[in-house]
Design a binder for this molecule. Sequence first.
Ligand code: NAD
Length: 672
Amino acid sequence: METLVSYSVRDGVGIIVINNPPVNALSSGVLEGLKNAMDALEKNLGARAVVVVGGGRTFVAGADINQFVEIISGQGTIPAFHPVLDAIENCAKPVVMAIHGTALGGGLELAMAGHYRVATREAQVGQPEVKIGLIPGAGGTQRLPRLAGIAKAAEMCAFGEPISAKEALAVGIIDKITDGDLLEAAIAFAREAQRPRRTRDLPVMPADISEIRKKLRGKLTAPVAALDAVEASAALPFEEGIRLEAEIFERCLHSDQCKALIHAFFAERAVGKIPDLPKNTPVYPIRQAAVIGAGTMGGGIAMALSNAGIPVFLKDAEQAALDRGLATIRKNYERSVKSGRLTAAAAEERIARISPQLGWAGFEHADIIIEAVFESLAIKKQVFAEIDKVAKRDCILASNTSTLDIDAIAAVTSRPQMVIGTHFFSPANVMRLVEVVRGKATENRVIATATALAKTLKKVGVVVRNASGFVGNRMMFPYMEQAQLLVEEGATPEQVDRALTDFGMAMGPLAVADLSGIDVFWRIEQEFPPPVGSKQPEAVDKLYAAGRYGQKTGAGFYKYDENRKPTADPEVLALLQKAHRAIADDEIVERCIYALINEGAKVLEEGIASRAVDIDVIYLTGYGFPAYRGGPMFYADTPGPKKIRERVREFGWKPAPLLERLAEEGKTFGSL
Ligand code: NAD
């Protein structure tokens, strides 16, 4: 364990180096090593001061999340942070923390236990624990307010966003920024430091943080808990504040939200490992891309590619469509410039990487061509036959279809092994999900390239099999059906949507239908008629017949003003409701969410998704499922398969065979 932390003495300054690659996570071994090094240096007469620095590319970027997983499952205890941090803070010699890379979570808590902090200009510091449902648990909520003030500490602990070294200097978290050699600067600082300055001894002023409290939306419990702990720093002596923090931390650690958020955190990594794809499958380099169709999706995909530095040919069949597409792209970039997210020069550079055109010029150089024309199999087949003629042999041919058969599209080409679905979500320059649809013939290398490209675009590629609606939309249809049936039985659209947003969905299903377009849903229904004899809602048909296409026509399940602000519309009730039963919110949530889960179980059993975690990531990143519930299949284990099967039967549906089996065997989706 000693090698995790080493120390030496140089010209009167003790230097402690933490070496726990890749990010110097604050594991029990590191804590023990730090304690031993501090003890040794405290006794060492040759050392007048101490510097602590991270070996490798960063200071300490956090605690070890796996340790928390073990504790939650009853196999470990919370590491003894405090004795080590107290030993550092109580050291009679000045202790200077030298920060490069990031000091996050336990890393910042360690840094604050030192007496002074010197950082590189690029360094960042933060308390991101809320992102996995926790609060800082090693004194962060008590030491940070003493350095940065209650308001700043509250903001950092409640929202979890890191801040730059410059800002950290301005608010008092660090004492000096160096542009030179970090270790040298820290040693020089340590030599000049007259005496230790314990963070715990600094005064802390009460402050009004009600504005920050108001900004906390949704049902996340950790941010509220973090504010309680930070606020206590002004009301309680340090030691009592630490005790309160520990109590709150422990409560958060054993909460369902924490488990779900940790699941969501690891889930994104898990989907990157595709079960039947050899680990070292080579990928094709993507240096030049082309997109066909400059509409809603094509424009967004072109932006995503350009944002990642990949030049794109953007082709459409009509000049007017091309102009419209480009105007939208320009408007989107202008918005980013206005809000300060992008400089004007960077925006111009990104626009310049997109080459609008009506012809095929340059397509022979493209490494990937992504088709995003109208959703019609006939048109797509025609487009792919043309692409096949112009593309080079090792060019990947991708379709953004959301419902059509990838194998049927591939069949019109001379190279079905190079054809794949890349199903982006709208708006494609923002939404992180890409369903990567493998066809029967798609070669491994093409699958690996598509998922690697998603990563390059800062998105998450989830590999699924070719089937109607793939995974996400296939599961959404029964969910949407229930939402409509509930309105027909007597619920209002507002109640249905509110029950589900209260559950945590980013948007209610009926508001989503209005946003996507009732006409879109109607068209899908025509193409994929529901099974004969199943109880189907008529809401979409009726709205479509009434010309209520949703936001685009000013009316759908709701009425919309010119700013697309929705209001309830009594006319819709007259049009759709067939009964007036009082329906409880619980029934709404159960029917919609269990419909989603039951379909998810079928998708799993049919192998369209290979693992439950793939479904979770699809719903977390593409459908606004709340991360604090972990995704539909993770959440399913909360009521459990048995209870869900019982309710599914009571609702008069047929339980998915996999749900039946798990319920029968008393197992969970997590056990698969
Ligand atoms: P859109 O109508 O906004 O854009 C389609 C564009 O393709 C138009 O600009 C049209 O002029 C152009 N086009 C049509 N035929 C062409 C041809 N032969 N050659 C070149 N250009 C042609 O449609 P969209 O919403 O961007 O959808 C595109 C695809 O993405 C569809 O397959 C759709 O199912 C899928 N998709 C859409 C969404 C969404 O939310 N809109 C989400 C995921 C996937």
